[in-house]
Design a protein around this ligand. Structure first.
Ligand SMILES: [Zn+2]
Ligand SMILES: [Zn+2]
Length: 286
C-alpha cells in the first residue's frame, strides 16, 4: 500500500490550512484534524497487525467477527477519551457516558454501526434513500462510523479491487452511499467519480445522473456554485430532492474532497434551507 501515510497527512494538513481561511468552519476543521490523526494511527495499527497477505475479501463483510472486535475494542476506549476531550460539549458528554458503560455497550454500538446504512447484498440496486431508513442517534452514529471508518478503509485498500464494469450508485466495496463527488481532468473535459462515505473508495460514475434515485434527465439536475467556494459544486436532483457536493479538482488540485466538503458548510446550510437532503451525512452530520 504505497503512500498510505500521505493520504492521511493530506487530509490533516488540508483541514489545518482551511481552518485558517474559513472562520465559520474553523472549529470543526480543527476537531476533524485531531480525530483524523487518531484515525491515521488506527489505520497504521491495522496494517501492522493484519499484514497485507491474508484475509483479503472482495466485499466488506456484513458483520464484524470476534478477531476484528478484539483489536477494535482495545482502540475504542482511547477513541472515546479523545472525543470526550476534544469534541463540542454535547458530543463530549455522550462519549464520556459511553466510555463509562464499558466494553459490553461498545460492542453493541460497533456491531450496529458496522452495517448501518450499507447495502450488504449484491450491489445491484441503490441503497434506500432517506425516508425509509431507521434514524440512529446522531452521537452514536458519529462515534461508531468515525471510529470504524479507518478499519473499513484499510480493508478496502487491502482488497485492491479493479474498477467495476458498471458504474454503481453505491460503493462497490462496502455498499455505502457516496460522501462526495470528485471531478478530475480527462482529455479536454472532466470525469466524475464518487467517494465512499465509509471506506473512502473512489469509483467512476456518470457525469449527469443522481446517485440517490438514478435520475438522468438534465432538466431535473442542477449545479450550483458560489464565488466563495468556486471548486465545490452543489449538485441537486429535483426528482428526489437529494444533493451531493462535488469537489472540482480541475479548479483546485490541492483540495481533499472530504475536507473541502466540511469547510464549505455554508453550502450545506443553503441546500438544507432549499429543501434538499444530503445523500450521506459528513463528519458533522451535514
Ligand atoms: Zn465503501
Ligand atoms: Zn435523485
Amino acid at each position: 500500500m504505497p503512500r498510505v501515510k500521505d493520504k492521511w497527512d493530506r487530509r490533516i494538513e488540508r483541514a489545518r490550512e482551511l481552518a485558517g481561511t474559513c472562520p465559520f468552519s474553523a472549529q470543526i476543521l480543527r476537531f476533524y484534524a485531531k480525530v483524523t490523526e487518531f484515525q491515521k494511527g488506527c489505520y497504521l495499527r491495522f496494517a501492522s497487525a493484519c499484514g497485507s497477505e491474508s484475509g483479503r475479501v472482495a466485499r466488506l463483510p456484513g458483520t464484524l467477527d470476534a478477531v476484528d472486535l478484539e483489536l477494535l475494542i482495545t482502540l475504542f476506549g482511547a477513541f472515546l477519551t479523545l472525543i470526550g476531550e476534544a469534541a463540542p460539549a454535547a458530543l463530549a458528554e455522550f462519549a464520556g457516558s459511553l466510555r463509562a458503560q464499558g466494553s459490553g455497550a461498545w460492542l453493541v454500538l460497533l456491531r450496529e454501526s458496522w452495517s448501518a446504512g450499507r447495502q450488504i447484498d449484491d450491489g445491484a440496486t441503490p441503497p434506500p434513500s432517506g425516508s425509509g431508513e431507521v434514524e440512529r442517534d446522531p452521537f452514536a452514529e458519529f462515534c461508531g462510523r468515525t471510529f470504524l471508518q479507518p478499519y473499513a478503509e484499510f480493508l478496502s485498500d487491502r482488497a485492491g479491487l479493479p474498477e467495476p464494469p458498471v458504474r454503481p450508485p453505491a460503493c462497490p466495496y462496502c455498499g455505502s452511499r457516496p460522501l462526495t463527488g470528485v471531478l478530475r481532468q480527462e482529455g479536454d473535459g472532466a470525469r466524475r467519480s464518487l467517494v465512499c462515505s465509509l471506506c473512502r473508495r473512489e469509483w467512476d460514475y456518470l457525469r449527469i445522473a443522481c446517485p440517490a434515485c438514478d435520475e438522468r434527465d438534465e432538466k431535473k439536475l442542477f449545479v450550483y456554485t458560489t464565488e466563495r467556494f468556486p471548486h465545490v459544486r452543489v449538485e441537486t436532483c429535483d426528482t428526489c430532492r437529494a444533493y451531493l457536493k462535488t469537489v472540482d479538482l480541475t479548479r483546485d488540485g490541492r483540495a481533499v474532497p472530504e475536507v473541502d466538503d466540511l469547510a464549505s458548510i455554508p453550502l450545506s446550510l443553503w441546500a438544507a434551507e432549499n429543501g434538499y437532503r444530503k445523500i450521506s451525512r459528513n463528519f458533522v452530520g451535514l
